[in-house]
Design a protein around this ligand. Structure first.
Ligand code: HEM
Length: 411
């Protein structure tokens, strides 16, 4: 069942997991991976099957899965003592509980609301470009891909611009122990930063209780679930998910998009000449360099997937990045092609009840970002001699460490 040698956590595989994913897809599309203590699912249709049965493949992985390492357990204990312990809302719940929380966040980023945000997002994009355009060079990850989503989510939450830099530090800490191999001291440092964020948001929450504003925290504080207001644990958990969901993913997608343009100058030229194609380019970037490599589910009963028996209580990793190159759905899936037909059929935002509620916002940030970058920057080229761009080693997120570029200002 598990005869594909190697590990998903080998440094080489973390840097470029796609050859390994291909072997898994072809040789063992559902197989137990001891390095993750989970069954890894790599074929598109198998993931769609899982998504249709939340009753069998549950999101409640903390309660039912029990997959914490010693370092994670220490970090959780620190949070409980000094801040607010993790509770299961939204991403860690199944319908019908999930539906109650989901209604609250769905209101925040409907496609219609995101359409009204376009001039605002374009303003943030232009401000960021203004800050580096005269230099003729920048670290694209540090100076653009990171601050764009951080600024947008901070503004939506009602966090002042002066605190934007903290948003990145906090969301890194929130994601840290789940994705990096940390020792206890590192996990505790992340927990300390998470608790710092929680106390910051607790003050904002109390403020919005007294004086509501036009921001998401005010909406959440005054919303009702099942005829009652959310308590502080639930509010903290939802904010954690909005911060982590809205930042790193979008940063990684934007960074990957620029890397792919640098690697495919002919396709960059095509997009300059055909800016209407940027919409499809965004989908192809999300497919080809899937920002969330996989997410977990836990089985609530003995079951079977792709012909493989899976016992109750097993963890499953849904390999979105692997499925996004499945040749059964994406012909020549290993090829990057901004004109690809049905590129948007990717699973990068998941599917089913947990489909990413920030998808419209993430897409719009990429769309506005690349449209304006290609308008304002000419002759974009890499500033590092080697074409090899290094990724942050993370078990389930894929993003570049940095991306130094040079360019000529157009206007
Ligand atoms: C390119 C950008 C993004 C990508 C690739 C992405 C990806 C994902 C994925 C794969 C999921 C899980 C789906 C599943 O379990 O089936 C998810 C859920 C979620 N995302 Fe995103 N996301 C992005 C942007 C955003 C933004 C901008 C926000 C908020 C502002 C956000 C907030 C969330 C939340 C709150 C969830 C949990 C939803 C639930 O469990 O019902 N995401 N996202």
């Amino acid at each position: 069942m598990n005869d594909v040698e190697g590990s998903l956590l080998d440094p080489e595989t973390l840097e470029c997991p796609f050859p390994f994913f291909r072997r898994l897809r072809e040789e063992a599309p559902v197989c137990f991976r001891p390095e993750l203590r989970a069954y890894y699912v790599t074929r598109y249709q198998d993931i769609r099957t899982v998504k249709k049965r939340p009753d069998i493949f549950s999101n409640d992985i903390f309660e039912k899965g029990g997959m914490r390492s010693a370092a994670q357990a220490a970090a959780e204990a620190y949070r409980s003592e000094h801040g607010w312990a993790r509770v299961s809302t939204l991403q860690r719940t199944d319908p019908p509980t999930h539906t109650l929380y989901r209604q609250l966040v769905d209101k925040a980023f409907t496609p219609r609301r995101v359409r009204t945000m376009v001039p605002y997002i374009e303003g943030v994009v232009n401000d960021l470009i203004d800050d580096f355009i005269k230099l003729g060079e920048c670290d694209f990850v540090r100076d653009f891909a990171t601050p764009l989503p951080c600024t947008v989510i901070a503004d939506q939450l009602g966090v002042p611009r002066s605190e934007v830099h903290k948003i990145k530090v906090w969301s890194d800490a929130m994601l840290g122990p789940g994705g990096h191999h940390m020792d206890e001291a590192e996990a505790l440092e992340c927990a300390r930063l998470v608790v710092e964020a929680q106390h910051y948001f607790a003050e904002v929450i109390e403020d919005r209780k007294r004086q509501p504003r036009d921001d998401i925290i005010s909406d959440l504080v005054h919303a009702e679930v099942d005829g009652r207001r959310l308590d502080m644990h639930e509010l903290q958990d939802l904010l954690d998910q909005l911060l982590t969901g809205g930042n790193e993913t979008t940063t990684n997608a934007i960074g990957s998009g620029m890397m792919l343009l640098l690697r495919h100058p002919d396709q960059m030229r095509y997009l300059r000449e055909n800016p209407d194609g940027i919409k499809n380019f965004v989908e192809e970037v999300l497919r080809y360099e899937t920002p969330v490599l996989h997410l977990f589910r836990v089985t609530t009963q003995d079951t079977e997937l792709g012909g493989v028996p899976i016992p109750e209580g097993s963890m499953l990793a849904l390999g979105y990045a692997a499925a996004n190159r499945d040749e059964a759905v994406f012909p020549e899936g290993e090829r990057f092609d901004v004109c690809r037909h049905k590129a948007g059929a990717h699973l990068s935002f998941g599917s089913g009840p947990h489909f990413c509620p920030g998808a419209s916002l993430g897409r719009q940030e990429m769309l506005s970002g690349f449209r304006i970058l290609l308008e304002r920057l000419d002759d974009i080229r890499t500033a590092v001699p080697d074409e090899r761009f290094e990724h942050v080693p993370h078990s389930f997120l894929r993003g570049l460490r940095s991306l130094p570029i040079r360019f000529n200002a157009r206007c």
